[in-house]
Design a protein around this ligand. Sequence first.
Ligand SMILES: Cc1ncc(COP(=O)(O)O)c(C=O)c1O
Length: 368
Amino acid sequence: MGVKVHLGSVNITEETKKLMREALDAGVISQGRYTEDFEAAIRKKFSAPYALSASSGTAADTLMLAAAKYLRPGKDEVIIPALTFIAHVNAAYYNHLKPVFVDVGPDFQIDTSKIEEKITPRTLAITPVNLLGGFCDMDAIADIARRRGIWFLSDDCEAFGSTYKGKYAGTLADAGTYSFFASHTICCGEGGMVVTKHKEMADLIVSLRNHAVKSHNVAEKFVFPRIGFNAKMNSMEAIIGLGLIGRLDEFIAKKKRNYAVLRDGLGVDLIPDTSDRSHVLHGFPLMFASQNQRDEALQKIFNAGIECRKLFSSIPTDEEAYRYLGYTPGAFPVAEDLSHRTLYLPIHQNLTDEDLAFMVHTVKPLLA
Ligand SMILES: Cc1ncc(COP(=O)(O)O)c(C=O)c1O
């Protein structure tokens, strides 16, 4: 059976079509004024002092860590939750940083009570992820980072538009990252962004994403004081984002409504809003009593034509890619348990009432 309900959905607006025509006529397709306009739109929307576009969320994570490392040399460990998307961990690897994993709590987010015991003189940063669009205890992490003199760098690729005490995800830490890949609230095809409070970090990222050129002065264009990346967003992606950012509030309202319909229809509410946290979720999470039950449900839901996903794994224990670090099953019991028993359903802004009713009709019997 074909897919009836997709995990993510693309919106191409009239504004995008107009800008795209203008850009194509002018031959502006690489990084340039449209990427700058998209960065300015993000800065304005989220009240972020600096916003730097990148070729993907993975690239944004990588650039953020690279800049943090160059600004505080000699530190080579980063604290990362065991339960996250693998790209978050890969970004540390690309920077020759050792991931030091911390288990999560029952809310899917990094267990802040277990962070301090992992801090050493080599710790560069705490890099939590606001998983599925929920929030870690951002105040507690900010406090630890401040007291211990380390960076607080959050991966907000799944939390675009979520707010914590009225502030947007991404703007709560020293820096944060977004992804504009297909399953995210704003989809540009590919793309990412780093937002930061720190000018020196922003300046470094502008250089690092462009092979680490010394400056844009013609005489210094081919002078490279550091090893950089080619991680620039192009104009086509920025224009898709520019056409969507004005509709973000509408998308947020739709995703929140979809969450409420699924919550009420299925009787499940794993990441509820609270008085100070308003979540724009990446997917609608469902938890089962056992891994077998989860796996069976995943297959049945998928076979019915609803694109769903297993929750990410406990990276150090479950992913072969990181087996070389030597962790054995049981090292991160909560992350392992949650990842084995959870799946998530689509929640995107273009779901119709029929899609939602079909999802409730299909999934509800599997929860009995
Ligand atoms: C938590 C998290 N970090 C990083 C990424 C990487 O983003 P991208 O796919 O744009 O490289 C994702 C992607 O979905 C993600 O969910």
